[in-house]
Design a protein around this ligand. Sequence first.
Ligand code: SF4
Length: 423
Amino acid sequence: MPICRKKNHQVNFLNGFPYQELRANGSNHKKLTYNFRSYKLSKTHKLMPPITEKTASKISLEGIKEKVESNIRLTREDGLVLFASNDIPLIASLATLVRRRKAKPGNENFVWWNTNLHLNPTNICIANCSFCAFARKPKEEGAYTMSIEEATERAINGYKLGATEVHIVGGLNPKAALPYYSELLKSIKKEVPALHIKAFTAVEIAFFAKLTKLDYMQVLKTLKDAGLDSMPGGGAEIFAKSVRDETCPDKIAAEEWLEIHGIAHSLGLRSNATMLAGIGENQADRLDHMLLLRDQQDKSHQNNNAGFQTFIPLSCHYEETDIANLVEPITGMDQIKNIAISRLMLDNFDHVKAYWIQLGQKIAQIALHFGADDVDGTVVDEKITNAAGAEKKGTQSEILQKLIRDAGYEPVERDTLYNIIQR
Ligand code: SF4
């Protein structure tokens, strides 16, 4: 596995924040040396210029607060100061302010959830992502590929149980690529036309394009014609090249991931965007990930195209993965900060999701007071995260609604496009 190539690499690191940047932000913390057995942390990456003493000295939390209150876009330097700050009550209040401002009048107390079905038609994958416990090689025990009939049957059953959306993602399997999925989408649409199909990460789209020698536009048009309604946000992981090279070297680069979503938006397909924290990135990597998404959203909006709906900060689950014991696990505070700071930085995203399957119910509940306004759904089948040890699947809608109510918000069932569902 790619992560095991380098041994005893040492980096200067404090709670995910490069020491130099902490100093630039005026931190008095002592320098720590973190000994990664085999993990190469991303060094100062080249996507954005680093913060300097000069710029950092001009930034205060009070200045950031004034900007947020005046609805002025935050800069990268502002984001780094927020990540370095432990003024959690202030960060929570600012994120909540933005969350309420983003809601339509009267909906400020809403927390969205949906009744959805996850369908993973194949777990066979040619890629080697060190944080993945889901994928299997073709002859490995547990490898599977559903027949079109079986996958369609599952979608029909989910619909009968009340699902309004089927979320389809799978491994990169040459035997279950564009022809297979075109057939599957047509089959689902024929049987349950009202079921919204949200499917395929940008990584899968690029894989289909490579196999068929079609371009991204052609692949997306083919799938749209077959029944694709929108795209999920997976495969983004962390955009920083150094982290990608170590953890998911077979995946497309950030630029391609963003390009594919831009093309989907131009075809009228809405999409989401994720970020997978806890895979060896630093806080600047997370921030730059958000900023690249913000730029892409600006581009899509400037062209009057559909855009991203929701940002979904995820946390790595380490059980049964190659990355387990090799990275500093993400903490609850990291998870909360990722939610809040993304709400503050992504001023052109309507929603931030506290994905309860990944975060766990307790952190998801707390995240609702840090800018999140969505918890995802009932999730009839969630193989990918469950393979890596997340909480038990299949929470009933009543439990999800109670979770939201107990946090002081009003649970509102939505469809994929945030229309209210009345049952
Ligand atoms: S994360 Fe996706 S692409 Fe990577 S190994 Fe797992 S299934 Fe394959």
